[in-house]
Write a protein that binds this ligand. Structure first.
Ligand SMILES: NC(=O)c1ccc[n+]([C@@H]2O[C@H](COP(=O)([O-])OP(=O)(O)OC[C@H]3O[C@@H](n4cnc5c(N)ncnc54)[C@H](OP(=O)(O)O)[C@@H]3O)[C@@H](O)[C@H]2O)c1
Length: 292
């Protein structure tokens, strides 16, 4: 009897699964093949990034990273240590972590601050040319109020201090679909921060909107780990649709820093971050079609 019922159900289930797979495939395809309007500019920024490095090094600039103990921050520290692009890199966080002296040179300095008393640390925010803001928490970890405190209050207060301290270029790690009118706390908060940063009028503000970060996270986040597990095959089939490897984000940040622009404010979506990293085949494909 039971076998008979299963037999009846299986074709229906197979059709439903097939239908869902087609819908999801269509959804990912539409993201994957969504054209990038300014792809030439982005490719040249990625390439310029490669060529500009010597000129940039000679300028003797200084940088500050917020969130250096997090996943993106740590990759950024590693890459900056390899490239030696800045004369000095200040790492501001709520705790000190051991830095690998084999990798990280003497130009890196950690500063521990109390984020509830940021005004007391004004000095630490002075004299940085470029800022990489990778700070953030989650509602699951810190609750709604805690999330807003970190992702809105801390981010903006530190940006304000750095701006008053002379910082010219801020790079802010926002998120895919950030929108200050969103009904979702996460995307709304990131969107609100973007808007608030825009009116601070940095000489240059670069907003990065990555989708799901592909990273083997040190800290256990069950939902995120599950999402990554599900999205791993998607990222192989549709690499730029809704995921981005964390190394791409950090490399894109560096390429943005060394590139030049006359824009005061620029926003980079997930696919654009892939291009800016210089690791995506998109630019090579463009180059090939040009030379044909
Ligand atoms: N995960 C994703 O898929 C994803 C996607 C798009 C955008 N983003 C955004 O990208 C940014 C970086 O992401 P990530 O995954 O690299 O971040 P992460 O690994 O969670 O690191 C976050 C950083 O913020 C610091 N932080 C957290 N709570 C703090 C608090 N209460 N006081 C002071 N510092 C605090 C952490 O310090 P401790 O090490 O001391 O905790 C750490 O340095 C975040 O803003 C995130 O929202 C993430």
């Amino acid at each position: 009897m039971l076998w008979f019922k299963c037999d009846e159900i299986i074709p229906g289930v197979a059709i439903a699964v097939g239908f869902i797979a087609i819908c999801l495939g269509g959804f990912f395809l539409s993201y994957e093949y969504d054209p990038i309007v300014n792809v030439e500019i982005l490719c040249s920024m990625a390439e310029e990034g490669e060529n500009q490095r010597d000129i940039f090094r000679q300028a003797g600039k200084t940088a500050v990273i917020l969130g250096h103990t997090g996943e993106t921050g740590r990759v950024l520290v590693k890459l900056l240590a390899q490239e030696k692009l800045f004369k000095k890199v200040t790492l501001i966080g709520r705790r000190e972590i051991p830095l690998d002296k084999e990798v990280v040179g003497p130009e890196f300095e950690q500063k521990v601050v109390d984020f509830e008393k940021l005004d007391d640390y004004e000095e630490d925010f002075k004299g940085h040319d470029v800022g990489f803001w990778c700070l953030g928490t989650t509602k699951a970890k810190s609750g709604e109020e805690g999330f807003k405190r970190v992702d809105y209050d801390y981010v903006l207060k530190t940006a304000e201090l750095a701006k008053s301290g002379g910082m010219k270029h801020l790079q802010f790690m926002s998120t895919h679909s950030a929108d200050h009118t969103s009904s979702l706390l996460y995307t709304r908060t990131k969107g609100q921060v973007e808007e608030a940063l825009k009116v601070m009028h940095f000489e240059r503000l670069s907003i990065l909107r990555p989708a799901v970060l592909m990273v083997d996270r040190q800290e256990s986040r069950k939902m995120e780990a599950f999402a990554r597990f599900v999205l791993t095959p998607v990222s192989k089939l549709f690499p730029t649709a809704i995921t981005v490897p964390i190394e791409y984000v950090a490399t894109a940040m560096i390429n943005i820093a060394v590139s030049t622009t006359d824009k005061n404010c620029e926003t980079f979506e997930n696919k654009e971050i892939h291009v800016l990293s210089g690791k995506s085949p998109i630019c090579q494909k463009k180059e090939k079609t040009k030379t044909k």
